[in-house]
Design a protein around this ligand. Structure first.
Ligand code: GLY
Length: 356
């Protein structure tokens, strides 16, 4: 598969990745190599990765963090910054983030801020990180339950996508990544959306192609607007309500936390419904979206009290400006509209529909 050039990084796939990485290490000669893993990727991916990497006489240190969204915190960053410092990482050191979106987001942030920035490479091991998190330079951590509230946009040098890591990924995490692929279809490419709906019948090669196409779509959008002044906002379709739902479930002891993609799937369904009421999405297209999402994702109970709390959390959305919540909605599949304001009554109507 052909490598994809992003604004300042390059994304390599499968057969090429270890040759590219080894050549990169040989030519850039990092002073030390640090590999950030979480408890899962330490066990499931690290040995396989190390077996293919040629580091010569460069010292390699592995740093392990606990797995899961609730560890995407500034405290964990402090631990990683301290470990880098204790092992005398300098500005010529390289950090390799081997893991899902939490590891690539947090590791990218640590690298972009340690000594004002050191080189980093993402090796995404989850579907979500392959198609979304590790590409485009959004790095950061959560602030309490608020998602990705602290961070910087800063691309590493490379993203290395080895889809064989997906063999050990639990099904619910595959499904979570699938939500972001659906989003890419909904905001950019109707035929890609339709291809994805036949996902269940596809073999591994077809999955690789869909992952590749998702990265191509994301890169087309991000390279036109790397700092999210306008166009890149379309990638937030489903995320205004989705992030608030994810935060609410994460911070509420009575709820089972949702994976990112599970919350985004609900957000996309709600925001597609809102699109029919506000920006002219046709009912038939909405029905297709609803059917496509509910084929894979289950509904969860969102009571009236939950709805109030979720709507309250919208105040913290990163796209807000001048106190106004701004949604990305769909005029049709493949044609999003950014900066839409939505009345509370319509939000409540969408939840009512969702619960019906
Ligand atoms: N995950 C959305 C973006 O990278 O803009």
């Amino acid at each position: 598969m052909k490598s994809i050039n992003t604004k300042s990084a390059i994304v390599h796939f499968n057969e090429n990745i270890y040759t590219e990485l080894n050549n990169y290490i040989k030519s850039t000669k990092p002073s030390k190599i640090f590999i950030l893993v979480d408890t899962n990727t330490h066990d499931a991916c690290l040995a396989k990765f190390l077996a293919r990497v040629e580091t010569g006489d460069i010292v390699v240190e592995v740093m392990e963090m606990p797995e899961g969204e609730d560890h995407k915190t500034i405290d964990i960053c402090t631990g990683v910054w301290e470990a880098l410092s204790e092992y005398y990482a300098d500005r010529k050191s390289l950090l390799i983030n081997l893991g899902g979106g939490v590891v690539t987001d947090l590791g990218g942030f640590v690298a972009s801020t340690y000594m004002r920035g050191i080189d980093y490479i993402n090796v995404p091991t989850s579907l979500l990180a392959m198609v979304d998190a590790s590409v485009g330079g959004k790095t950061g951590v959560d602030l309490g339950n608020l998602k990705n509230q602290i961070g910087v946009i800063s691309e590493g040098s490379m993203v290395l996508i080895d889809t064989s890591f997906l063999e050990t990924l639990p099904k619910n995490h595959m499904v979570s990544g699938y939500a972001e692929m659906l989003k890419h279809g909904l905001v950019y490419d109707k035929s890609y959306w339709h291809t994805l709906l036949n996902f269940e019948n596809l073999d591994v090669l077809a999955l690789d192609k869909m992952i590749y196409d998702s990265v191509v779509i994301k890169n087309k959008i991000v390279s036109k607007d790397p700092t999210e002044q306008g166009l890149r906002k379309v990638l937030n379709f489903g995320h205004t309500l989705g992030h608030a739902i994810e935060s609410y479930f994460l911070g509420n002891a009575d709820k089972v936390p949702l994976l990112h993609g599970e919350a985004i799937a609900i957000g996309m369904l709600l925001e597609a419904y809102i699109s029919t009421k506000t920006v002219g999405l046709l009912d038939q297209e909405f029905k297709d979206i609803e059917e496509g999402i509910l084929r894979t994702f289950s509904k969860v109970e969102i009571s009236e009290n939950d709805q109030k709390a979720i709507i309250n959390l919208l105040k913290y959305d990163k796209k807000n400006s001048h106190g106004k919540v701004k949604f990305v909605l769909l005029e049709t599949i493949g044609k999003p509209k950014i900066n839409c304001e939505v009345e509370n009554g319509i939000l409540l109507e969408a939840f009512k529909y969702f619960n019906s």
